[in-house]
Design a protein around this ligand. Sequence first.
Ligand SMILES: *Cc1c(COP(=O)(O)O)cnc(C)c1O
Length: 238
Amino acid sequence: MEHNVDGQAIRDRLVETRGMIDDAAKASGRSPEDVTLVAISKLHPAQAVAEAALAGQRHFGENYIQEALAKQDELAHLDLSWHFTGKLQSNKAKFVPGRFDLLHTIDKLKLAQALHKKLSAACAPRQDVLIEVNLALESQKAGVAEQDLPELAEELLRMGSMNLTGLMLLPPFDLDPEERRPLFARLRELRDGLEVRLGMKLPVLSMGMTDDFTQAVREGASLVRVGTRIFGTRPVRT
Ligand SMILES: *Cc1c(COP(=O)(O)O)cnc(C)c1O
């Protein structure tokens, strides 16, 4: 199906978004370079990604594995960094080795084990991953419960095929952006506690989307995942 891509609009919104991130970082005493913008391109055509790349955007996030692989292949001539930000079923773990610079959504031991198996079989270099945390809110379904986070982190590290670089949060959609701020702060605290427990740095905090990325940056996000604000409304998944 044809979907018109307005490259100039994408580039304008990208520049504006980057500017807002930089302002939020400075306002909270942080350095703008410490915040990576991942443009979430799920359900948008490869051409939209190529247009954003023309404006210097390098990091892109995808949620559906087959769509992601097809887009990567189509854009293989560009030097892009791909993130997987969607829910990953264990039976799809085989598609991950060698394909994504960062997997944001490890949320259970079964998935970590499946991924470990495929990474080992592929003799892949250590896969950078984040653990997705559930802050025990009723309307939030994805992620590992706070109390199970340390154990999952330790088991995952023991496997030896994955590099745990931080935590990810997908807050409930029914909260407004200011109400999400305490959740962002909570994720940062959990990260700080886990660093002490594991005796290692966990530099990545993946939090903040179109509606709330400035709040997330103010609470310490090192990576924001912005889709709609850059690419416009998403086509419906068919
Ligand atoms: C779709 C999605 C985003 C981007 O959402 P927008 O509101 O369009 O910015 C970010 N993170 C995850 C995990 C997503 O699934």
